[in-house]
Design a protein around this ligand. Structure first.
Ligand code: NAD
Length: 444
């Protein structure tokens, strides 16, 4: 890693950057400085052309939320690796939004270079919702093209990807581009109200957070006749760690983001994890684990804990338990329950609109210039790296420090992409890591 990048991403400078980002988000309103300095806004009621890159479930949902957020939004271009995914997304959106989502064939792009064609098609904003492996590459191109960006979590699957996004985020700042991350709980009003109180000292200093993401497994896609290795892995991407980052990064990162949020986006010093795979035995289970348990150790001596599991027939939970010096707090993501107990007891009683819609409402207000620039990069990359640290430690059986993960040269996945042969990567065995490079070298 070169000196310039290293300077930007050590834990000390990361903490500083995160503080600025949190402050900007917390104020949640425009300043005249923001509006005047923004160079690529679309003020008034001029059309805002959006491009969708990754036309699956989340991408289609995000495009729908973008179209609802502002009557001037037009779905202008679409890109996906596969024509069938693009067509079904397009027909769904066209039914819902008629001519505002009528994308002609000339602006429907497929294949691995579809993202670049969408970005080059005169759009103002892009939605990046492919499997997360591709996010750093697509973010880089979107920033180079001067587009406002909504990008889903996680924003990378390895340290190489995290550094790439952080580096490009500096260019996005210079260009005054809005960059929103899909850590949607940051846009959930009950959660926001609760964490604001936590930051204002409602339970004193937060000494411990325990977050859970204990769920049933995601569905698998059995291989079909005629699919190459690459096509099968792409269509079954959640089960290949080079594409998803493993389920701790792909799914449970939401609960890890809640730890990061509670700790004021201050990075932990290290992660020490356990993990493995007991029920994932079929070929379509790829090479991901089915459970992880992580301890994050902070410089102030506090420790936070995260457990995630994808197994059928087990107890499920998706809750954050916060312990402070003057009380504790319970945040259940899916129920109405957010409760603070202790010297400042509180429970939420306000509105609870769809957080995915709140994301796009706020993003398009920022693109119009009626609120301040949105820059979620530091907080989203902090939470993404925490999830990657958790995975690295579980795979290796060793503690992993923040700087070690940030500086890691690990890059999951092949160097180039074609719909051809691609051996299924091995399952990592703690204490005996089999890396992608070792695997492909051995197979060569
Ligand atoms: N915030 C949330 O609550 C939430 C919910 C669901 C998914 N997500 C995230 O959204 C992302 C997408 O998940 P999904 O559930 O929509 O998956 P999906 O499989 O439904 O959609 C992904 C799409 O990307 C396409 N694709 C794959 N590689 C591509 C490439 N190189 N270029 C262009 N297109 C490519 C696939 O063909 C597919 O259509 C993931 O990062 C996931 O973690 C977030």
């Amino acid at each position: 890693m070169n000196e310039q990048i290293h300077d930007a991403v050590t834990r000390r400078t990361f903490v500083h950057g995160a503080t600025v980002a949190v402050g900007a988000l917390a104020t949640g309103c425009a300043t005249s400085k923001h509006i005047k300095s923004a160079g690529s806004l679309v003020p008034g009621d001029a059309p805002i052309r959006i491009g969708l890159i990754g036309c699956g479930g989340r991408g289609t949902g995000a495009a729908s939320q973008a179209l609802k957020a502002d009557p001037g939004v037009v779905l202008y271009a679409m890109g996906d690796a596969f024509p069938d995914r693009l067509t079904s997304s397009h027909s769904h959106l066209e039914k819902q939004f008629s001519d505002r989502a009528d994308v002609p064939e000339a602006r429907q792009f497929t294949g691995f270079d579809a993202y670049q064609k969408v970005i080059d098609s005169d759009v103002d904003m892009v939605i990046l919702t492919t499997p997360p492996h591709f996010r750093p590459q697509h973010f880089k191109a979107a920033v180079a093209g001067g587009k406002h960006i909504f990008m889903e979590k996680p924003m990378a699957v390895d340290g190489t990807g995290v550094r790439s996004v952080l580096d490009d985020a500096k260019i996005a700042r210079d260009k005054n581009l809005n960059v929103m991350g899909g850590f949607c709980w940051r846009y959930n009003l009950p959660n926001r109200a609760c964490y604001k109180r936590i930051h204002n000292g409602a339970i004193g200093d937060v000494t411990c957070v325990h977050s859970t993401y204990l769920t049933a497994p995601l569905g698998t896609k059995p291989r079909q006749e005629g699919w190459s290795d690459m096509e099968w892995q792409l269509r079954n991407w959640q089960h290949f760690n080079w594409l998803s980052g493993d389920h701790i990064a792909e799914q449970a990162c939401h609960a890890i983001d809640k730890i990061n949020w509670a700790k004021g986006d201050v990075p932990p010093a290290k992660a020490i994890s356990l993990g493995g795979r007991q029920m994932r035995v079929s070929p379509e289970s790829g090479n991901v684990y089915d459970h992880f348990s992580v301890m994050y150790v902070y410089d102030d001596g506090s420790r936070c804990f995260h457990d995630c599991r994808q197994m059928p027939g087990c107890w499920n939970d998706n809750t954050e338990y916060l312990i402070g010096t003057h009380g504790n707090c319970y945040v259940n993501s899916w129920g109405p329950n957010q409760e603070i107990k202790g010297s400042h007891p509180w429970s939420y009683e306000g509105p609870n609109p769809n957080m995915y819609q709140v994301e796009h409402d706020e993003l398009f207000q920022a693109i119009r210039g009626t609120r301040g620039r949105i820059d979620d990069v530091d907080q989203m990359m902090g939470s993404t790296l925490m999830a990657i640290m958790g995975r690295m430690s579980a795979y290796s059986g060793q503690p992993v420090e923040w700087d070690e993960a940030m500086e890691s040269e690990e890059r999951l996945g092949p160097a180039s992409y074609t719909l051809g042969d691609l051996p299924t990567p091995s399952v990592s065995v703690p204490g005996n890591v089999v890396s992608w490079n070792e695997l492909t070298t051995a197979g060569a």
